[in-house]
Design a binder for this molecule. Structure first.
Ligand code: ZN
Length: 326
């Protein structure tokens, strides 16, 4: 982790590190690697500066964020504790019962292929990148891509900590943005998508995955769900390359069995064990493929792969969009 972070903030680099800005007032930052603060002396963050989480700057406007400065003070650790490796017994059991993502890996390959159509080494921002998302491994393994990981806590996969409602980057810095299983956990998904649009260069790519038929997870940090049409409208300033369900009604049903038991008092661990014998239900989803709306109407979640556009899609097109779902 240390070497990764040290490389990030090495002197003389010319890249996204030089295009950071204050999340409050958009002025440039002073000394982001050691003692970050805002360069505008009239800004609150000029005097108070931003905390460091280990060696990573925490570039959050605390006045408007759900996260407090105290969460990061004194190197006390993360706001959200995670199994960063995804290899704990609990994580493995969760994956076995509720299933892993079967479309992300091929979508990731398409995302990388499209990124390489541009000139130079593409720079990709990962929002919610404290852990490697399901199927996103190729993004991390590919040396021809520069990945900038961000999350609300620091991990070996992040370069800095931020709240994506106010991304601390200048306009048009990135060639791609990867935001997987994040938009349900934020107060204002549309604000974050506006920020994604802003930090992408013209024609830049976005890949998002967001749940639909999933019960509350991450406890207090869970706020929204989207239908496929709702997800499309969220990315209304993007042209669609592809979109569709992640997990069908079978996955959603296993989730429901687990949460049904939980609602009756089984607790987190026991409810997962009770749902265990029903894991096979998710394999029935393969019979739902090609059934278009019937599958999408009950899907566990949706992905959207799109390109930054300079105009908003026509609201009148949305009913046709639903009718076309496949
Ligand atoms: Zn400022």
């Amino acid at each position: 982790m240390d070497s990764f972070v040290a490389d990030r903030w090495s002197a003389g680099s010319k890249g996204w590190e030089d295009r950071l800005r204050c999340p409050r007032c958009a002025s440039s930052l002073r000394n982001p690697g050691l003692q970050p603060s805002c360069s505008d002396t009239t800004c609150e963050y000029s005097a108070t500066g931003f905390p460091l989480f280990g060696t990573q700057p925490v570039l959050i406007d605390f006045a408007t964020s759900i996260f407090d400065r105290e969460m990061y003070s004194g190197g006390r650790g993360s706001a959200l504790k995670r199994d960063v490796t995804g290899r704990s017994l609990g994580s493995r059991l969760h994956q076995f019962v509720l299933g892993t993502n079967t479309v992300a890996a091929s979508n990731c390959a398409t995302f990388i292929e499209l990124l390489k159509e541009g000139a130079g080494r593409p720079v990709v921002l990962v929002i919610g990148g404290g852990t490697v998302g399901f199927g996103a491994d190729e993004l991390y393994d590919n040396d021809s891509i520069e990945l900038v990981g961000t999350d609300v806590y620091a991990s070996p996969y992040t370069a800095l900590v931020t709240d994506a409602h106010k991304l601390p980057f200048e306009d048009g810095v990135f060639d791609g943005v990867w935001v997987q299983a994040v938009l349900e956990h934020v107060l204002e998904p549309a604000t974050i998508v506006d920020e994604i649009h802003r930090v992408l260069r013209r024609g830049g790519l976005v890949y998002a995955e967001t749940p639909f038929m999933q019960q509350v997870h991450e406890r207090a940090y869970d706020f929204s769900r989207f239908t496929q049409s709702g997800h499309r409208w969220l990315f209304k300033r993007f042209s669609e390359i592809s979109a569709g369900p992640i997990g069908g009604a079978g996955v959603a049903l296993v989730w429901s069995i687990r949460y049904f038991c939980r609602a009756l008092g089984a607790g987190n661990k026991l409810s997962l064990l009770i749902a265990l014998p029903f894991f096979w239900l998710r394999f029935l989803d393969r019979f739902g493929r090609g059934r278009g709306r019937a599958m999408a109407d009950a899907a566990s979640g949706f992905f959207f792969l799109g390109r930054r556009s300079e105009r908003v899609i026509d609201p009148h097109s949305m009913t046709k969009y639903y009718d076309r779902q496949k």
